[in-house]
Design a protein around this ligand. Structure first.
Ligand SMILES: [Zn+2]
Length: 309
């Protein structure tokens, strides 16, 4: 019997080995391999190394969620063979703990290590989220700039030959992020008591914290709940009416039926506020960037505050 079990185990081991070999990473050409599991992190790296850099390969593992990444076997091999793996690194990413246990610290970049973390402010009813801090650290250009600075330093260490170019690209990119940051600040400062209503989750805590507007949302942070309580919907409809809110925002993932309902009953329109969580393959293909999405947000918020020329 024992022999049968060990034979069986040997067969299993063989199968595992075969399937792992089948998953040996087919990383693109290049001397340095960077892998990212978050769109913003990927895009920041692309800006720093230069989008036409052929010496460095940059791979976006798009299969997972922005910050609760569930890697496939192929992803695991890519991550473990990369010179640098970029991810959010919050509690939601625990599926990666075992994957990263054998990877040396120098090859790991956590976005949450770059900013001062903010506690999640509200918890509604049945929300099951147990995070103490908000993980959406990339959602304000100000915080994005902090991440970019740290990532640039890291990339210069990993690839000293490219360091000069990276520093130049970083300086240029930081100028753009800082300009966007100033535009957002000026916009919110130009309105008395600006308020945003989100008929959706609210992954914009860092954004709100930076620019100092008030907000109300159907769900806190990145709640997995899909239906707010009727009470919460009524509260938001009343708020929209009372404060004459023109726009109820929704985010890029999932449906926006809650926002639609609040807007319809409150006499408002709906608009997208992109949290740069999820980017479709079509958007990737057409050259969507963190900056382009944030510029769209800027225009959408300007319109919602009645500031469009
Ligand atoms: Zn989220």
């Amino acid at each position: 019997m024992k022999k049968a079990i060990s034979l069986f185990l040997a067969a299993v081991m063989l199968l595992v080995c075969v399937s792992l070999t089948a998953c040996v990473p087919d990383l693109p050409e290049g001397e340095i391999h960077i892998v990212a599991a978050n769109f913003a992190g990927y895009d920041f790296a692309a800006e720093i190394i230069g989008r036409d850099n052929t010496r460095v390969s940059l791979t976006f593992l798009s299969a997972g969620d922005a910050h609760s990444f569930n890697p496939t076997y192929g992803d695991i091999a890519k991550i473990q063979n990369a010179d640098l793996f970029i991810y959010v690194g919050g509690e939601s990413d625990h599926a990666l703990d075992s994957v990263l246990s054998g990877v040396k610290d120098e090859a790991i970049f956590k976005m949450i290590d770059c900013v001062e973390l903010l506690a999640i402010e509200e918890e509604h009813g049945e929300d099951t989220h147990s995070h103490e801090y908000d993980e959406h650290v990339w959602t304000s250009p100000y915080h994005a700039a902090l991440i970019v600075q740290a990532l640039s330093k890291k990339l210069c260490e990993i690839d000293p030959d490219g360091a000069e170019d990276y520093r130049e690209n970083t300086a240029e990119y930081l100028n753009k992020l800082n300009a966007l940051d100033a535009d957002f600040q000026a916009m919110f400062d130009s309105v008395e008591d600006p308020m945003l209503v989100m008929g959706d989750r609210f992954p914009f805590l860092y954004f709100a914290n930076r620019y100092g507007f008030s907000y109300e949302a159907a769900f806190p942070s990145c709640s997995s709940a899909s239906e707010p309580s009727p009470q919460r919907v009524i509260e938001l409809v009343e708020l929209v009416k009372k404060e004459k809110i023109s726009t109820v925002f929704y985010m890029e993932s999932g449906n926006h039926s809650v926002a639609d309902r609040i807007a319809a009953e409150g006499g408002a329109v709906t608009a997208l506020l992109h949290a740069c969580h999820k980017v479709t393959p079509e958007e990737m293909q057409s050259g969507t960037t963190y900056l382009s999405l944030m510029r769209q947000n800027y225009t959408a918020i300007r319109a919602s505050l009645g500031l469009l020329d």
